[in-house]
Design a protein around this ligand. Sequence first.
Ligand code: 5AD
Ligand code: SF4
Length: 481
Amino acid sequence: MIDFTSRQVSKTDIAHQLDCIEQLSRRNALRPEPPRFYCQTFGCQQNEADTERIAGMLAQMGYVRTQDAVQADVIVVNTCAVREHAEKRVFGIMGQYTHIKETRPDITICMCGCMVQQEHIAEKIKKSYPRVDIVFGTHMLWRFPELLLRRLNGSKRIFDISGDPKGEIAEGLPVQRDEGCHAWLSIMYGCNNFCTYCIVPYVRGRERSRQPEDIEAELRQLVAAGYKDITLLGQNVNSYGKDLNIGMDFADLLTRLDAVPGEYRLRFMTSHPKDASKKLFAVMAGGKHICHQLHLPFQSGSDAVLKKMNRGYTKQSYLALIEQARSDMPDLVLSSDIIVGFPGETEEDFQGTLDVVRQGQYDQLYTFLYSRRSGTPAADMPDDTTAQEKQDRFNRLLQLQETINQQRQAAYQDRQLTVLIDGLSNGKQGSEYTHCGRTDGGLLVLVRGKNLNIGDFVDVIIEQTSLRALYGREIGKGYHG
Ligand code: 5AD
Ligand code: SF4
């Protein structure tokens, strides 16, 4: 049992960060032209949300965002540690960024996020990437203004990857969100599940939930600012509230947020099957703004593998769960994550996974080859399946899902759906389908019609389908309020 109560970073500490922002802003205002910053994000939506916070701080310091790293005065790379592939890509890109510093030695290069939270990675950067100025882990993100000011004032290279034994949450720092209709809204941080393959609990620390009133206040701001599609974020949203001891769970939070007036949609990710409840599905089904979309990773369809993964459910209990969700929400759009080639996975285990995919009839699958993460329990488990066999299983899984996807997409033919128009389609020139958007379930629709505007909810009739997109004709204004 983890005895852990999250608390907020003190007002004094936040005020100090705001003061560092102010000092840098005054300094930058004296420059003939505003300095520029460039951010690159690897990994999940939580990382994207974190980058928006870093961008918010930099913008308030007077930096202007550029999409060209070569032009930047400050470069921030927000890294991911979930799979080895992402780590290799980060090291590849760091070579390019540090090269820029050969001709512009005064720029500041920062690395943050899950990958650098690991000690062996921080050591490697210390030794092999001397041009990286600031390295800060996931727990130090809110201290970025202080770290940047220190470095710009002449401090030697900064490495701050300390952990966070107190589980602090920082409120009251700026955010610069990407333009458009969509916004991320973090409701909690960290993970307590310790799935044996996963590095996340080690690099993001224990679960800690934001106070419901802070989340609600941010939702109200987002709605007032015109955001229409808001995703609640957490590594495992179904654990929301356990650490707060206020008798509120995720379903209660959703009910509270759904009562916020306005024309917007709410979605959330990620859910862990072990904590997804009937109560949650009932709230989703009865909600006004809550999308009938569920990302419910099952990882493997073999009970033996699930046990070794420490997932806390069986194939059967998982299948019963999605049956319940579909009976409460017949229009549910369902997606999942799967790992192929977990240590010791046999062909029979893998057949179990294919079976869940067949029965689950997912709209989207995110499939991964197992990647060994040093420091996790699975890294020491015997693994005698060849890389070729794993790849073969992976290919068979993709093939099966492609057939299912095709059928599921085709089933939308002639159906009426509500779409939030969120951009121009960049398809074939001269195509009538000039705009694109998402359904409640998150499906991509290319839309044709008169007077279409980004940010509008419209009703469409689906008149064509393909593997990747639906094609709809607008028949009138939709509504989501
Ligand atoms: N190897 C492969 N995939 C992984 N994931 C997490 N850790 C690993 C790993 N070591 C996948 C899981 C998770 C998703 C975010 O990433 O499927 O749900
Ligand atoms: Fe990793 Fe499991 Fe936590 Fe998800 S629930 S972040 S897979 S440990």
